[in-house]
Design a protein. Sequence first.
Length: 194
Amino acid sequence: MSSAALPTLLAFFKALAHESRLKIVGLLASRELSGQELAALLALKEPTVSHHLAMLRELGLVRQRLDGNTHWWSLDLEALVALNRRLATRDDVAALAGGIEPDAWDRRVLENFLTPDGQLKEIPASRKKRWIVLRFLTLKFEADRRYPEAELNEILKRHHWDCATLRREMIGYRMMARDHGIYWRLPETGWQSA
């Protein structure tokens, strides 16, 4: 989705974020209705309904047809289908967050829990924050290498004195595996998130 489409998308969600406009769309999905009928069905004044219809019309979601003095309104299903196509893929929806760094939260957590030289101030109590710190520490180990417990402890102690807790947590989150005092890093795809 292009950044040029973002204002249209914002206007669409703003228009449908009002209960009366959602009800109008729902009613018009069933059949064509006049402004007077919509006002009666929604228990609203006609000028209020006209205001809501004008917003929906500006987006192209409703159409107006004149029959004498009566204004008939219908839902433009093709406009809804077109918007759905623009939001059809996960990548398109993810593009809505353009310009936002996906690892900003991780970086902030690490800044709060690590000193500038990489020492862990404390092991986070929050599981989500602990996972971020453990991920940082686990990535210090090579993926295809086996580490005796003494060597693993030595590396962990560079960051925090409680290497036993860190080891246990890494295994609990399936970041590391252990067999007879030998440890190795597991693939990230199998790590259990917080």
